[in-house]
Write a protein of this length. Structure first.
Length: 524
């Protein structure tokens, strides 16, 4: 190596500078189109009065209410809409969305594939949260095309509408780098949780689908599958007017131009490579992928703390519309105990299985929920495993774990101050063996859905919630030996929101000790 090639040293120095996130290349939060027909969504009848707690658990039965543009507007508003705005000094206007998002970056885009309905003609549409409108990408009924991409799934072919979600990966990786790929699925999951709860509150069935040929869905909604790629589908309702869906329509080029410039985008090859590995390339691959997996975890039936099952009306649960309208991540907890009945209701409603093409049964899930209980009336503090099927809590380790919780939650006071921290885990080896790399997408996405349901259930009961980052392997270590072989997917903190809802500085004793050891303590 030539000592006079000073460019090498200069390049190294530049690449290792510590700076704040580059705000100059922050991607836009919204995607927009020019040259396409626009359908304004009605906003004069937005509202969901059903109990949020009941909606989170799933529909009690189908409604006879016709699916029209007002229905679609409600579903989109309460899952992906801008629910309120605020002007902050020295910052400007801030938009608050219906579902939680890591860093409020919102990498998920929403598309609608539907037949003719009152107020809207059949087509493929892109939903614009900023203007609360739909841009028509394609004209015609493309349900059969989408159904074929999804292995001839009849819930898609006969749906009143199917929501297609995609992710703009750079929006998340701009801040979180390669780890941002995980966050895209978490964010998509919270939106799906809101959508399915909104459908339930409206008396509509819904189903989550991850089995589809990616390239066909990408082409349908007009994305490249690289910078922006299809993630999942959610079919909603049934179109009773035409259960024999039409034959596929040829896909022409989309005439309108997408405005989504990403100046100075940084490439993260591991995101591209990982997502490419999760793609399904044929209907045969879709059919082989579909199915379920046997649960890997079991629990000790003796000595469980059984959940209580109070009537939701006794808990004074808020309506779904009110919960979504008021929602916002908690920044500080009051360090107060929460009622065991409310905690029981939150767990039993949030952990109920979702209709999906990779799950079967009321309590079917790819996931396990572990809990650090700091302050719940009626049960000792400690580490627990929750068994949805047994509706009980298995105590793994008893003791005060507030300091450990704060440390595991990436040295944040939210973990230490929360009444409960829920760690959603998965046996990835078990899942990947059955589903291949697509199973990683399923595990991360379902974790986001469960986390989103926990959010909604918590706020419906007057509690606060906040998703939080974490030290992966150290979390697993705390719950050993029960958690052996598992990985953490998503973490949610729960408790009573403090009167001053601002971030509290925190540093755990664990971190102080680790820092001292890193500096050479104990090696003399």
């Amino acid at each position: 190596m030539n000592n006079q090639n000073s460019e090498l040293a200069r390049n190294y120095h530049e690449s290792t500078k510590l700076t704040y996130i580059n705000l100059r290349n922050k991607p836009p939060l919204y995607k927009s189109y020019t040259g396409l027909p626009v359908a304004e969504l009605p906003n004069d009848s937005l509202g969901l009065e059903s109990s949020a707690l009941s909606a989170v658990a799933g529909p009690a039965g189908e409604s006879d209410q016709p699916f029209d543009l007002n229905t679609l507007a409600n579903l989109l508003y309460f899952s992906a809409g801008v629910i309120r705005k605020a002007t902050l000094r020295n910052v400007g206007e801030v938009h608050y969305r219906a579902a939680a998002s890591a860093g409020a970056l919102y990498p998920i885009e929403t598309y609608v594939v539907c037949p003719d309905m009152p107020g809207l003609e059949a087509g493929v549409y892109h939903f614009s949260p900023a203007s609360f409108s739909l841009h028509q990408i394609r004209s015609g009924d493309f349900r059969r095309h989408l159904s074929e991409a999804a292995g001839n799934d009849e819930t898609v072919a006969n749906s009143a509408a199917t929501i297609v979600y995609s992710s703009v990966f750079w929006r998340s990786s701009w801040k979180y780098r390669s780890r941002g790929y995980r966050y895209c699925f978490w964010d998509n999951g919270t939106m799906v949780a809101n959508l399915m709860a909104s459908a339930s509150a409206t008396g509509l069935t819904s189903k989550l689908l991850l089995g589809f040929v990616d390239s066909q869905v990408d082409q349908l909604i007009g994305v490249d599958g690289n910078h922006e790629a299809s993630i999942c589908l959610v079919s909603v309702g049934r179109d009773e007017s035409n259960l024999d869906s039409p034959t596929p329509i040829a896909l022409d080029e989309i005439c309108g131009r997408s405005v989504s410039a990403y100046p100075d985008e940084v490439d993260y090859p591991d995101i591209r490579q990982t997502h490419a590995a999760t793609r399904l390339i044929s209907q045969e691959a879709v059919n082989a992928w579909r199915g379920s997996v046997d649960p890997a975890s079991s629990t000790n039936r003796d000595g469980l703390y059984p959940l209580e099952h109070p009537d939701p009306q006794e808990l004074d649960a808020k309506s779904l519309g009110q919960v979504v309208g008021d929602r916002g991540s908690t920044r500080r907890y009051a360090r107060e105990s929460i009622d065991f009945a409310k905690f029981s209701a939150l767990l039993s409603h949030s952990a109920r299985g979702i209709p999906a093409d990779f799950l079967e049964g009321e309590w079917s899930s790819l996931l396990d929920i572990y809990l650090m209980v700091n302050a719940v009336e009626g049960i000792p503090s400690g580490a627990y495993f929750f068994s949805p099927a047994q509706q009980g809590l298995e105590l793994l380790h008893e003791g005060n774990l507030r300091e450990e919780a704060g440390h595991l939650c990436f040295e944040q006071a939210l973990g230490a101050d929360a009444s409960v921290v829920a760690f959603i885990m998965a046996d990835l080896s078990h899942i990947l063996e059955r589903f291949g790399n697509r199973g990683y997408r399923a595990a991360q996405l379902e974790a986001g859905v469960v986390g989103g349901k926990i959010y909604l259930a918590a706020y419906s009961l007057g509690l606060g919630a906040s998703g939080i980052t974490f030290y992966d392997d150290e979390v697993v270590d705390l719950f050993l030996p029960h958690s052996a072989g598992k990985d953490v997917m998503f973490v949610v903190t729960l408790g009573k929101t403090a009167q001053e809802n601002r971030v509290r500085p925190f540093r755990s004793k664990v971190a102080v000790r680790l820092d001292a050891l890193a500096r050479g303590a104990g090696q003399g």
